[in-house]
Design a protein around this ligand. Structure first.
Ligand code: GLV
Ligand code: MG
Length: 320
């Protein structure tokens, strides 16, 4: 992954054509914002939205948020101008470009090449701006491995449920909820797992897409908990009420975080000469070994990225 583990528990969608939403987003507690030039912006409003997005990025006030711009997909007439205008205008204030409806690796390569030219032309560090790839249709999903490795800039693979449901003719209009008639499990399980496998195989973050019933925070939480349980790193949020829920659902629980840090400390100690150079040891009632360390590393990394502080800290026994 280009930039290490940045927290992306909550990824806030902000329509680039709305000055009110652009201003409001700065003060919200999302880990990431993406300023949208694609589907939340009407075709006639797209040219003006580019300028508004550049001004919003350059005027600062985004704190530690990951700052992303979603451009239009390569099948439209807008993509190249979206990229040129926002990166030339605000390149130092952009962390990633999000590319929607990715269907083939070449589309990621094309964005990578265009970014490199702009970076050279205006004197930006070449390769710093990352890419986020949205997987939103059947073609993108079957090409996902090639898409994942197409550029070293790529940081995330994102599930786009609304476009995906349309792409596969799913018999439902309620994004994220189960289609009625399907009563034997989660209709999204294969898609989520496929995205997650590619993300983990190629060291990228896996991000779940939007839940459109914005007043139903319990529904949001229920759907988010499913992808969080599988291992996803975060989810889109469309409304301030969804942010706190996402930040909570995609963070480890405090006791899991403490437990993970304690496994790491205890395992380090017991495998060292001072601790007896042992491989499998007891931590309380639990046997831990190298595989436990690997699981603990994941939870600890997510907890650290989320800014959790350690509570209950393990101490080595006084007599070794
Ligand atoms: C997001 O872009 C989606 O299509 O769900
Ligand atoms: Mg979409």
């Amino acid at each position: 992954m280009a930039q290490g583990l940045r927290a992306r528990r909550s990824c806030l969608a902000v329509p680039g054509s709305s000055q009110r939403f652009l201003d409001k987003a700065k003060g919200l507690d999302a880990d990431q914002v993406f300023l949208d030039l694609e589907d939340s912006v009407a075709p006639s409003a797209k040219p003006a939205a580019r300028g508004a997005v550049v001004d919003a990025l350059n005027s600062g006030g985004w704190g530690e948020k990951v700052r992303v711009v979603r451009v239009n997909d390569w099948t439209t007439q807008w993509t190249y101008r979206d990229v040129v205008e926002v990166v030339e205008g605000a390149g130092t204030n952009i962390d990633c470009i999000m590319l929607p409806k990715v269907q083939r690796a070449e589309q990621v390569v094309a964005l990578d090449l265009l970014l490199s030219q702009i970076e050279r032309s205006v004197g930006l560090e070449v390769g710093r701006i990352g890419i986020e790839a949205q997987i939103e249709n059947a073609q993108g999903l079957i090409e996902i491995d090639a898409i994942a490795v197409a550029s070293s800039r790529t940081e995330t693979l994102i599930f786009g449920p609304a476009d995906f449901m349309a792409s596969i003719n799913m018999k439902s209009l309620v994004v994220g909820e189960q289609p009625s008639g399907y009563d034997v499990g989660d209709a999204y399980h294969y898609i989520l797992m496929r995205i997650l496998m590619a993300a983990r195989a190629y060291d990228l973050q896996a991000i779940d897409g939007p839940y459109l019933q914005i007043r139903d925070v319990d529904g949001f939480r229920r759907v988010a908990e499913r992808s969080a349980a599988l291992g996803f790193d975060g989810k889109w949020v469309l409304h301030p009420d969804q942010i706190a829920a996402a930040n909570e659902v995609y963070s480890p629980r405090q006791d899991d975080y403490d437990h993970a840090e304690n496994i790491l400390d205890a395992y380090d100690f017991y495998t060292s000469d001072a601790g007896g150079a042992r491989g499998a040891v007891m931590l309380g009632d639990e046997m831990i070994d190298e595989a436990s360390r690997k699981m603990a590393l994941v939870v600890a990394a997510k907890g650290r990225a989320a800014g959790l502080a350690r509570g209950d800290v393990w101490q080595p026994p006084a007599d070794g």
